[in-house]
Ligand binder design. Structure first.
Ligand SMILES: [Zn+2]
Length: 176
């Protein structure tokens, strides 16, 4: 299984900031990607997005680089943010992708099993205006967006241990 791990957002616009983690999505997920790569060096390639003042240009540039390789799966690492009461795990996939849905379902199962958290389930992206649509659409391989928890909810404290989350991803990937 060859997997591309893309870090959500970029070094300039780092995404949501979690007070519980005291970190942005970009900084947290950069650590996670490194830990996963350390455990599965032959299977994983890590990609960053380069800042552009446009989401679509940023994703087109990323997809061009990722699509030069043959991957079985492409993931993008994020965490969610919303009102403090929102919690749980979700994963987003391209609406027509059977494999995308399968991988998104199994990611949510792996996370909620490890953390006893709420399974919000996999969500299909079908409209250009859906957040993350271009990412799941532009990749040659099945692509999913991982939102394992809400950084705005105290459940984020369970993810302070980056190694535990990285290990959960490794276990999940090894079962696919
Ligand atoms: Zn994000």
């Amino acid at each position: 299984m060859k997997v591309a791990i893309c870090i959500g957002h970029n070094s300039k616009n780092k995404g949501a900031f979690s007070l519980y983690l005291n970190q942005s999505e970009f900084d947290y997920n950069t650590r996670i990607a490194k830990l996963v790569k350390d455990e599965m060096p032959d299977c994983i390639e890590v990609f960053n997005r380069f800042y552009e003042n446009s989401y679509s240009r940023e994703i087109e540039n990323l997809a061009k680089r990722v699509n030069l390789n043959e991957f079985d799966l492409v993931v993008e690492l994020h965490f969610n943010a919303a009102v403090p009461s929102a919690r749980g795990c979700e994963a987003l996939y391209y609406h027509n992708s059977i494999l995308g849905k399968k991988y998104a379902d199994s990611f949510c199962e792996a996370i909620t099993y490890e953390y006893f958290s709420e399974n919000r389930g996999s969500k299909p992206l079908s409209l250009e205006t859906d957040r993350g649509f271009l990412f799941v659409q532009k990749m040659k391989a099945p692509a999913i967006i991982l939102e394992p928890f809400f950084g705005s909810n105290s459940e984020a404290k369970n993810f302070i241990n980056a190694q535990r989350y990285a290990d959960t991803i490794v276990k999940w990937l090894k079962c696919l």
